[in-house]
Design a protein around this ligand. Structure first.
Ligand SMILES: [Mn+2]
Length: 241
């Protein structure tokens, strides 16, 4: 675990970049990892991705919105306290990194009301709920994502809790009734050919895993991300296996 203070100090380090991640991962900004610290790192990696493109759409797989306004939380007056695993897209948008053409996929978190959805839209996100897949199928989800982000630079962020906790139990804020690992993999494959400039996979908590089932799913999804980054825009829609 690394404190938010350390995360912020790395964010604001030499050149405004996270040198460690940048040096380790020269091909494209990307990160993998565990609970809250690494979720905060999503913001770091988005900052690195900005070295590739001035503005990004985000494709965000998660049970939760992660666009919450930190100023709504008590005790979040300091810059450090505002960096949490639920606020980093709000921060990224405030820093001017995001277009208003981002999209969530797999949302099923508890909400206080429509005001939460209105705020989420103000951060630039459209929303595909977990239940939407029952009406439109995996390819319908793919089509909505592709239509939303278009040809512009895209950043992928996947919280492992988008998958049902029965298939990926090792995470800190599980939500019942998620997508299957197969569905998530199929939707990721459908993104082939998009202008993807960075990616992360976050919120895996190995101490909660059983028979490494979550770790196996996470590693497989990362392999898919690497395939997307390697293929770049050469691949046509949905054509990789
Ligand atoms: Mn989540």
């Amino acid at each position: 675990m690394i404190s938010s203070t350390v995360v912020v100090s790395r964010m604001t380090g030499i050149g405004g970049r996270n040198g460690l991640f940048h040096a380790l991962l020269p091909l494209a900004p990307k990160a993998l990892g565990d609970q809250e610290f690494i979720s905060n790192v999503s913001l770091l990696v988005i900052r690195d991705a900005i070295s590739v493109a001035d503005f990004l759409s985000v494709i965000h797989y998660n049970a939760h919105l992660d666009t919450w306004d930190a100023l709504d939380y008590p005790g979040s007056e300091s810059t450090q306290a505002q960096v949490t695993h639920a606020t980093f897209f709000w921060l990224a948008n405030n820093e001017g990194f995001l277009t208003n053409t981002s999209i969530h996929a797999g949302i099923r978190c508890k909400l206080l009301g429509t005001v939460n959805l209105e705020h989420d839209a103000s951060v630039g996100f459209e929303l595909i709920s977990t239940d939407d897949i029952d009406e439109i199928g995996t390819m319908g989800v793919v089509e909505r994502i592709r239509e939303r982000v278009g040809d512009g630079p895209v950043y992928l962020s996947l919280d492992i809790d988008v998958i049902d906790p029965g298939m990926a139990p090792a995470t800190g804020t599980p939500e019942a009734g998620g997508w299957t690992t197969r569905e998530v993999k199929r939707i990721i494959k459908g993104l082939a050919g998009l202008n993807i400039v960075g990616a992360d996979l976050v919120e895996v908590a190995p101490a909660y895993d059983h028979a490494e089932v979550t770790g196996i799913a996470a590693a497989d999804i990362v392999a898919h991300f690497l395939a997307l980054l390697t293929l770049g825009q050469r691949s046509s829609h949905g054509k990789f296996y």
